[in-house]
Design a protein around this ligand. Structure first.
Ligand SMILES: *Cc1c(COP(=O)(O)O)cnc(C)c1O
Length: 458
């Protein structure tokens, strides 16, 4: 008997995964090792412990454990906002008149408004378990800072957030949200760090960048041995924590015997995409599925589609370890008119490797088309998507329309990584017609590439 698949497929609390899945353990060839920023030798756990909590450092380099148990203290945090719903996009399917079945995993049901809370919780938990008292981080659009502020509020840690200055001016309510949870928010570049003062001296009106805010947060975290740095994307332990998205999505689909033919996610540093696809990539690697995987990025920050595959730093000051990844160069900055988020210059090393090995497809979308897709989606599905998430919506719509042309009944799964309540400046620009698409020239890209260090890795 064929059961009607419900619009929202919920898992029960006791069906939540109790271990994260580590895709690296199943990769036939591993990503190249992370390198020490001064010696260019493969980085050790001890090196990383100077920057990150000990457990984050251990997880970062762990390529062997397929599953990493989620401690009870983190499951307890997760239960406040998970499991998240898997939603069948019946209304969107109807509007598109497509034979495809579309599902999306919705990570915007918590107050921070995105999937980032899935890693903020674990990172704060481990810091507290290890006796640390404070954390420092950066935030661009503000979602990561909000998630960290919530996690530090919950676990009782002090938090300093270096927030890209233009963003703190454009999104005063993000700042207020973080402060309400008890965090200290410092617009970056600031005069509180050496890195910030250097940039201000060169350009007193600098609006800041993610790379600069990372340098400031890392410097601030080094001032006390009770403080560590936390990052919300790009790194392998972040992607490990985000596997909870894919594991839950798979458990919900399995209840109805469903298997996705295509899995789609937006990609900034790669954590929500990597977490969503991980268990499905495992099935493909094991020869149990022929699913396709698609990363969607902004045309104005086209890391996978136009970047180099090279060792690069994660920040402008060159203080982070070097990662072998797709990169536009730490000196790359998207054009000022870019409103869709996903502005990081690099990409998680595992995803970069999957892309290089032909397992992960990538496409870059111009922002007007992305906002068109967002408004089309919200009118039928009701949810106001984050501009970042709307990149995945755009590709899901395109794939569903392709099914209409071909008559194929594919199962499409995409990640709706968050909500857009704090992004109304961007929506206002779109609604008023002020938003434009600006082509990114090869010359623009060359400027960023010039900042990639010459490191061969052997
Ligand atoms: C931060 C963010 C992203 C991009 O980060 P990834 O690490 O690539 O997932 C995407 N969507 C939302 C809603 C975000 O907040």
């Amino acid at each position: 008997m064929k059961r009607r698949i419900p619009t929202r497929i919920y898992l029960a609390e006791d069906e939540m995964p109790d271990a994260w899945y580590n895709l690296r353990a199943d990769m036939p060839t591993k990503p190249a090792p992370m390198l020490h920023p001064q010696t260019f030798k493969p980085i050790t756990e001890e090196d990383l412990r100077a920057i990150l909590s000990a457990e984050a450092a251990r997880q970062e380099l762990d390529e062997e454990s397929r599953f990493v148990p989620i401690p009870e203290g983190i499951l307890d945090f997760y239960r406040a906002f998970r499991p998240s719903p898997l939603i069948r996009a019946y209304y969107l399917e109807k509007a598109l008149d497509t034979p495809a079945e579309i599902y999306y995993k919705f990570e915007g049901t918590n107050t921070s408004g995105s999937h980032k809370l899935n890693s903020a919780g674990p990172q704060a938990f481990y810091a507290r378990e290890e006796g640390l008292s404070s954390l420092a981080t950066e935030t661009g659009a503000g979602q990561w800072g909000s998630a960290m502020a919530m996690a530090c509020g919950f676990y009782g840690l002090d938090l300093s957030v270096y927030m890209v200055k233009v963003s703190s001016e454009q999104k005063p309510y993000r700042k207020a949200l973080m402060e309400s949870y008890g965090a200290r928010v410092i617009p970056s570049p600031s005069d509180t760090t050496e890195a910030g003062r250097r940039i201000l001296a060169a350009n007193p009106d600098s609006g800041g960048s993610l790379g600069c805010a990372i340098s400031e947060a890392m410097e601030a975290s080094r001032r006390s041995d009770k403080c560590r740095y936390v990052l919300g994307s790009v790194l392998n332990h972040v992607m490990l924590h985000q596997s909870v998205i894919g594991l839950e999505a798979k458990a919900a689909l399995d209840k109805y015997g469903l298997r996705p033919d295509i899995v789609i996610g937006c990609a900034g540093g790669g954590s929500n995409l990597g977490g969503l696809i991980a268990p499905f990539v495992a099935e493909r690697l094991a020869g149990k599925s022929a699913a396709r995987f698609i990363a969607v990025e902004p045309a104005s920050c086209p890391t996978l589609t136009r970047g180099r595959y090279a060792y690069d730093f994660g920040d402008t000051a060159g203080t982070t370890p070097l990662m072998m990844m797709r990169t536009l160069g730490a000196g790359f900055m998207p054009a000022p008119g870019h409103a869709g988020g996903l502005r990081y210059h690099g990409m998680n090393p595992v995803l970069s490797k999957l892309h290089n090995d032909g397992l992960l497809e990538a496409r870059a979308e111009p922002q007007l088309a992305v906002f068109d897709a967002a408004t089309r989606f919200m009118k039928c599905e009701g949810i106001l998507p984050a501009p970042e998430s709307a990149h995945a919506i755009k590709a899901a719509i395109d794939e569903a329309l392709e099914c209409r042309r071909s008559g194929e009944k594919k199962t499409i799964l995409f990640g709706l990584s968050g909500t857009g309540y704090f992004d109304m400046t961007a929506y206002t620009a779109y609604n008023s017609g002020a938003m434009t698409d600006k082509a990114l020239s090869d010359e623009d890209l060359e400027k960023g590439f010039a900042s990639i260090p010459a490191v061969s890795g052997d």
